[in-house]
Design a protein around this ligand. Structure first.
Ligand code: CO
Length: 347
């Protein structure tokens, strides 16, 4: 399957934090032929291993930001809590897909009071999740329950994946299905290459709600070296000065120097720069100190882990319209492969 089609499949899969089953099934199918063992732990992390020796861990998170049904009103409207950090300015007027306990989908919209009845001042006020509700066409709480909706059900704003122009694509969950795909592609590319260490690929749950899956997986896996693969904050858009653009599209993978969860050891940053330069792979730095990643949880596990992050630049993450350039993703795959070929030097 073509790269773009794999990304489509992964981005369109339902995978709100804590409800990653569908994404995990897709990834398991892709990865199983490429590794010696596949295990799913109690939290739902998909831990895949090949080879023997000291351990190098790659990590990408499966979960995406989403919602949870917080309350069902008497007249059938749903109140939502957010799972992960949404940009709440974007929520009003979106379509919502809920996943019921039985596994079915219920469709709705995120509504608000009509502008016609609002005062000038009310119309100017930003509308947050507290003021919003989901309308699924139920006329009562009983009807909503008959549709299978319960408190605690997860939901997402589902924009189907689609190519834009040039090599740009858009989808709802490129953070971090882009990272998941980079990991799969790297495993595929090195399937027949002997590596002098044990390689563990962890597809993590619940990154968006506090790096929870990766923390547990890092304890289990006990890596010496780890690299988190991400889709990260592209901000090369109108109105943002260059000094405040964490990463930019079209400049290749972003190497993290430091974010809010980790200060990457200079030795590892230099190593990544070196291998990128040796392979002629363009790269950029992710400007400090924006965001946090699974590397933040991994590097403080056990006795401490030499951990870093490389990321595909993605604009509009934590919105349903994240975008990336496939060439950036391909370069990130190449850098990940180069890292794996040389990672024994770090052990
Ligand atoms: Co992410």
């Amino acid at each position: 399957m073509e790269l773009q089609e794999r990304l489509r499949m992964l981005s369109d899969a339902f995978g709100v934090a804590g409800f990653e089953d569908e994404v995990r099934d897709e990834l398991r199918r892709l990865v199983e032929p490429l590794v010696d063992s596949v295990e799913i732990d109690a939290l739902g992390n998909l831990i895949c291993a090949r080879g023997d020796g000291p351990t190098v861990m790659l990590d990408a998170h499966m979960d995406e930001v989403g919602f949870m049904v917080r309350w069902i009103e008497k007249d059938g409207f749903l109140r939502l809590s957010s799972l992960g950090g949404w940009d709440e300015r974007l929520l009003m007027g979106q379509r919502l897909t809920l996943r019921t306990r039985e596994g079915g989908d219920v469709h709705g919209v995120i509504g608000a009071s009509p502008p016609h009845i609002l005062s000038q001042e009310e119309r100017r006020r930003p509308v947050g999740l507290e003021d919003l509700f989901a309308d699924i066409g139920a006329a009562s709480a009983e009807e909503a329950k008959e549709m299978g909706v319960r408190i605690g059900d997860p939901a997402t704003i589902h924009y189907p994946f689609r190519p834009l122009q040039n090599d740009c694509v858009t989808g709802k969950a490129l953070d971090d299905r882009a990272g998941c795909l980079v990991l799969v592609e790297a495993l595929q590319a090195l399937a027949d290459v002997e590596l002098p260490y044990r390689l563990v690929a962890n597809f993590a749950v619940c990154e968006e709600v506090g790096l929870r899956g990766a923390r547990v997986a890092a304890w289990t896996v006990a890596p010496k070296v780890a690299l988190a693969l991400e889709g990260t904050i592209g901000a090369d858009v109108p109105g943002v000065p260059e000094a405040k653009q964490p990463v930019r599209q079209g400049r290749g993978p972003a190497i993290t120097v430091a974010d809010r969860s980790i200060i990457v050891k200079p030795r590892l940053v230099r190593f990544l720069e070196e291998i990128a330069e040796a392979e002629g792979i363009p790269y950029q730095y992710k400007l400090p100190l924006y965001g946090g990643t699974d590397a933040g949880a991994i590097h403080v596990e056990r006795g401490g882990v030499l951990a870093g992050v490389i990321a595909v630049p993605c604009r509009y993450i934590h919105s349903p319209v994240s975008t990336l350039r496939l060439s950036d993703l391909e370069y990130t795959v190449r850098l990940t492969c180069a890292f794996l070929r040389e990672a024994h030097r770090l052990l």
